[in-house]
Design a protein around this ligand. Structure first.
Ligand code: ATP
Ligand code: MG
Length: 358
């Protein structure tokens, strides 16, 4: 699949910008703070429905403006389409010109895998980043997952609110059963999706990692969750009920899920070297790429943000050599040539993108 063109109106530091992309290799280069990552952010927004970095959607609108618009035309093996997102006080989403009522209606239309230097946080930072990684992968392949997850989070909030009501106003504990039932139902559904995809990652990642490390390291993954089934999770909620009431929030649930990574039986984020952490992330992302490919029957679009800066020339070349039939959008601070590949090159300067191919 590939994106044919991108049109940005008042998005971040862009006023009016149109970019016609190459089916395969696209390179955006320019100095810092010119708008390179903003392009990738726009693509991410159309694929996942959210930005990967904005806390509030208002940040996406040009500071001097009130409305922004992002449009993208894409081509898949079996169909083409057009996504449009309007941002003002609200977010309006259009698919092929028709307004959609739910954000999830555009999920899975454009499939992406993003590589960025911040990916290292998936290992180094807390479990929220690891859950986020899963959420981004699963939501583009199973839009219903987003519904279950959102319902879970909404129910969790209501349960927490009620826990505080019990503590402060002595409300009846019986009603808590209703929240427990709902929470367990959605929790078990989310678990099923996550477990399905973690099994897929396990299947792929050992081989990928073996290849990268020339069989020197054995990478294993473990998924930890309190919600393996609806019944066992309900039991857990019962057991922790008193402490939940005292604390005023729910301690157990899929909002605490985590994944552990081990190299030769040692936990990577604790014992691993910098290089080992990086390699695990690369293996994880490549596993994601293979899983999406298997699911949709073609390669997703690769967004490589500043990615090449972490690799030496040889590794850059090796990485790109192994990829074909894939649209790639690369950002970097210097122009570099990609051997043996036709590459559409864009110079990015103060919110202006210019194709410099002769
Ligand atoms: N809402 C906004 N309105 C106007 N300008 C914005 C807005 N949000 C971000 N910017 C500007 O966009 C620029 C950052 O863009 P971006 O993150 O794409 O940079 P970059 O080219 O990737 O830089 P780097 O090489 O440092 O990663 C900054 O100049 C920032 O001030
Ligand atoms: Mg950047």
């Amino acid at each position: 699949m590939y994106i044919k063109n991108i049109k940005l109106t008042n998005f971040r530091n862009y006023k009016n910008q149109q970019v016609e992309l190459d089916k395969e290799m696209n390179l955006f280069y320019g100095e810092n703070a010119q708008g390179k990552t903003n392009i990738l952010e726009a693509v991410f927004l159309c694929a996942i429905g959210k930005s990967f970095r904005a806390k509030k959607e208002k940040e996406l609108i040009h500071l001097e403006e009130k409305n922004a618009c992002i449009e993208m035309e894409y081509e898949k093996e079996d169909r083409s389409g057009k996504i449009k997102i309007e941002l003002n006080d609200k977010k309006n989403i259009y698919l092929n010109g028709i307004k959609q009522s739910k954000l999830s209606d555009i999920l899975g239309k454009i499939n992406i895998v993003m590589f960025s230097p911040d990916d290292i946080e998936i290992l180094k930072s807390g479990p929220a980043k690891r859950r986020r990684f899963l959420n981004i992968m699963i939501s583009q392949l199973r839009p219903k997952y987003v519904y279950c997850l959102n319902m879970y989070l909404k129910t969790l909030e209501q349960r927490n609110h009620y826990l505080r009501q019990i503590a402060n106003e002595n409300s009846s504990q019986e009603l808590l059963e209703i929240w427990d039932e709902k929470l367990a139902e959605y929790g078990a559904q989310v678990y099923e999706y996550r477990n399905e995809f973690i099994e897929k990652i396990k299947e792929k990642i050992s081989n990928i990692h073996n290849n990268i490390t020339q069989q020197q390291e054995e990478l294993k993954i473990k998924y930890l969750s309190d919600c393996q089934t609806k019944e066992t999770y309900k039991e857990e909620l019962k057991k922790t009920r008193q402490s939940d009431i005292e604390r005023g929030y729910t301690v157990k649930g899929i909002h605490r899920d985590d994944i552990y990574f081990f190299i030769n039986k040692k936990q990577v984020n604790i014992y691993g070297s910098q290089g080992q952490n990086r390699t695990v992330i690369l293996s994880l992302k490549l596993a994601e790429l293979e899983i999406i490919k298997e699911e949709i029957g073609e390669y997703p679009i690769l967004l490589l943000d500043d990615f090449m800066s972490e690799l030496d020339g040889k590794r850059r070349e090796n990485f790109l050599k192994n990829i074909s039939n894939t649209q790639i959008l690369i950002t970097c601070t210097d122009e570099f040539t990609i051997p043996d590949k036709m590459c559409k090159t864009f110079q990015v300067n103060k919110g202006n993108v210019e194709n410099i191919n002769k």
